[in-house]
Design a protein around this ligand. Structure first.
Ligand code: G3P
Length: 216
């Protein structure tokens, strides 16, 4: 499974990239707004840091606007993936972009049926938002399981990108289900690294190392 980071903060992206575990980046309008930087500048810098797929989202919601913006975003760098919302006109845009060879990430997916439509339109990635489903009392990972089952049944090539990840358990479940990608916030990447027994064990090794006599 590929690990993407879900942020537009280049400092976080640099730190995650230095770990050597980062396959790509996803952003959205809320994450870019938090940086206080223009979208294009932000995406250009991210693409210069990470060679893997970098998702940038259209801001328009009408057909012509989304298509024009998608083409502009795709021209930023070869590794840009254009994020399109899962709405009626969004599906039409995905079909055209796919025919033009532009990679797409269909976002704001909350049901397996929406995911089927995205796959049929030719989406490169589908992004089910698991945390936001959990927030309203549903089981987000159950939707992922259903999408994987259906895509497997019919051989859809769209990659399942688990988004709105809130915890290491989302990542573990995605791995066990065989999802293609999980996009993870910076703080959750930190949680994946940490284990209290690793800290206790290291403290003991450091203490014991001090007792080792030096060679005479
Ligand atoms: O980038 C899309 C998605 O991961 C957003 O997550 O935490 O805002 O629901 P969240």
């Amino acid at each position: 499974m590929q690990l993407f980071i879900d942020t537009a903060d280049v400092q976080e992206i640099r730190e995650a990239a230095e770990l050597g575990v980062l396959d790509g980046v996803t952003t959205n309008p809320s994450l870019v707004a938090k940086t206080g930087r223009p979208m294009r500048e932000c995406l250009e810098e991210i693409c210069s840091i990470v060679p893997g797929p970098v998702s940038g989202e259209v801001l328009a919601t009408d057909f012509d606007g989304m298509l024009a913006e998608a083409r502009e975003l795709a021209a930023i760098a070869p590794n840009i993936v254009v994020k399109i919302p899962l709405i009626r006109d969004g599906l039409r845009v995905v079909k055209i972009l796919t025919d033009e060879g532009i990679k797409t990430n269909v976002t704001l997916c909350f049901s397996p049926l929406q995911a089927v439509l995205a796959a049929k339109a030719g989406a490169t990635y589908i992004s089910p938002f698991v945390g936001r489903l959990d927030d309203i009392g549903h089981d987000g990972m159950e939707i992922v399981e259903q999408i994987l089952e259906i895509y497997g049944n019919y051989g859809y090539e769209t990659k399942v990108l688990v988004a709105s990840v809130r915890s290491p358990n989302h990542v573990l479940t995605a791995l066990r289900m065989g999802a293609d990608v999980a996009t993870i916030p910076f703080n959750v990447i930190g949680q994946l690294i940490k284990h209290p027994l690793t800290d206790v064990g290291l403290a003991r090794f450091i203490a014991d190392a001090a007792k080792i006599p030096s060679a005479s």
